[in-house]
Design a protein around this ligand. Structure first.
Ligand SMILES: NC(=O)C1=CN([C@@H]2O[C@H](COP(=O)(O)OP(=O)(O)OC[C@H]3O[C@@H](n4cnc5c(N)ncnc54)[C@H](OP(=O)(O)O)[C@@H]3O)[C@@H](O)[C@H]2O)C=CC1
Ligand SMILES: Nc1nc(=O)c2c([nH]1)NC[C@@H]1CN(c3ccc(C(=O)N[C@@H](CCC(=O)O)C(=O)O)cc3)C=[N+]21
Ligand SMILES: [Mg+2]
Length: 312
């Protein structure tokens, strides 16, 4: 590596701009759906309990759905909601012809069995792509609803690597909602895929082999500059709220907070070829892809062949 390359700034992948492109396409297709078929795509979001961060996301999802010309149905249930009450609501949404997408905000309160609840959703309306039928179909390379966050990462990666075949990729984190589906999509695209997690002992060495690093660990600043192969593409999924003393104090005299990713952005952006920032990277694409999945589900349920997104 020469000195110039070492201090070159990476290209910043603008997640907000990519998300705006996706939303524009969804908006146009939703308008056409309404004009041609008289159908308005509908997204139902279910929030159990009152986690403030979840509140923010749910509000944002509802607002963006409406902006895209869709119906948004929000269900806020008490923390004390029982398993049967939640299952009953899901059954009602499964059979409601106005609802094409159902999202149950995770994590659920501890007394509710999330796997059972997710698998109770009609897989055709499972716009998170978390139902076992969708997971299995994506895992075997069949057309299915793809989880929003990994889908958003793939759409951004595709803009930089139209041909992903043979690229070496490292996914850090192996949760069912981000890491595992991300690794499956990269494998479907014929990348050589490595998956690391808390028990992995050699992540820096694995990372140095990678043309593509996707991080979804929930550990601020985990990925350091000396882990990164010069020119690699780095996708930072992490959303971590940390104290920001430089922003001064809040009214209750605790430090203000800011959102950071899982990547040491200042260091890594000097080595990487391209990098997603946090905020403004993967997050906005996640919500845009949720709208895209809702439109796709609506098309599919209505027997209309106008699915908007191809990732391979
Ligand atoms: N931008 C977006 O749209 C979204 C962002 N997120 C964010 O992405 C991050 C990950 O989310 P999620 O997958 O749900 O989180 P989980 O906590 O479910 O999973 C984290 C994964 O990272 C692994 N991990 C934790 N610490 C380390 C470490 N030090 N080194 C290597 N691997 C580690 C864990 O391993 P193990 O299982 O072995 O413990 C686990 O597999 C969070 O910051 C979350 O807020 C999540 C969803 C959407
Ligand atoms: N069933 C389910 N599906 C999800 O997709 C789901 C979920 N549960 N639970 C929580 C996580 C988290 N998640 C995010 C969505 C958008 C941003 C986002 O838009 N972030 C902005 C900043 C947001 C801010 O400033 O607070 C950004 O990164 O620029 C982040 C995180 C979806 N999740
Ligand atoms: Mg998701």
């Amino acid at each position: 590596m020469n000195k110039i390359a070492q201090f070159q700034e990476a290209e910043i992948i603008d997640g907000r701009a990519h998300a705006e492109d996706v939303r524009r396409e969804v908006r146009e297709k939703a308008a056409k759906m309404k004009a041609t078929h008289g159908i308005t795509p509908g997204l139902a979001v279910v929030l159990v309990g009152n986690d403030p961060a979840s509140e923010v996301y749910v509000r944002s999802k509802g607002k963006q759905a409406v902006d895209a010309g869709m119906n948004s149905f929000e269900f806020r249930l008490a923390e004390s909601t029982t398993r049967d009450e939640l299952l009953c609501l899901i059954e009602r949404l499964n059979t409601d012809p106005e609802v094409h997408g159902i999202l149950v905000q995770l994590p659920l309160p501890k007394h509710l069995p999330s796997t059972l609840v997710i698998n109770a959703i009609d897989p055709r309306k499972d716009v998170d792509g978390f139902h076992i039928a969708n997971v299995g179909m994506v895992g075997t390379g069949q057309d299915a609803i793809v989880p929003c966050t990994p889908l958003g990462c793939m759409l951004m990666l595709r803009a930089y690597h139209p041909d992903l075949r043979g690229k070496t990729a490292l996914v850090i984190g192996h949760s069912n909602v981000v890491g595992k589906p991300m690794a499956r999509l990269l494998l479907n695209a014929d990348c050589t895929v490595m998956i690391a997690h808390k028990s992995s002992t050699n992540i820096p060495e694995l990372a140095r082999l990678a043309d593509i690093v996707v991080v979804a660990a929930g550990v601020p600043g985990l990925v350091k500059a000396d882990w990164i192969k010069p020119g690699a593409t780095v996708i930072d999924v992490g959303i971590n709220r940390v104290p920001a003393p430089e922003l001064g104090l809040q009214e209750d005299s605790s430090a203000r907070t800011k959102i950071v990713g899982d990547v040491d952005f200042n260091g890594v952006s000097r080595v990487a070829g391209a990098i997603t920032p946090v905020p403004g990277g993967v997050g906005p694409m996640t919500i845009a892809c949720l709208l895209a999945n809702t439109l796709s589900a609506c098309c599919h349920l209505s027997g209309i062949d106008d699915s908007p997104f191809q990732i391979d």
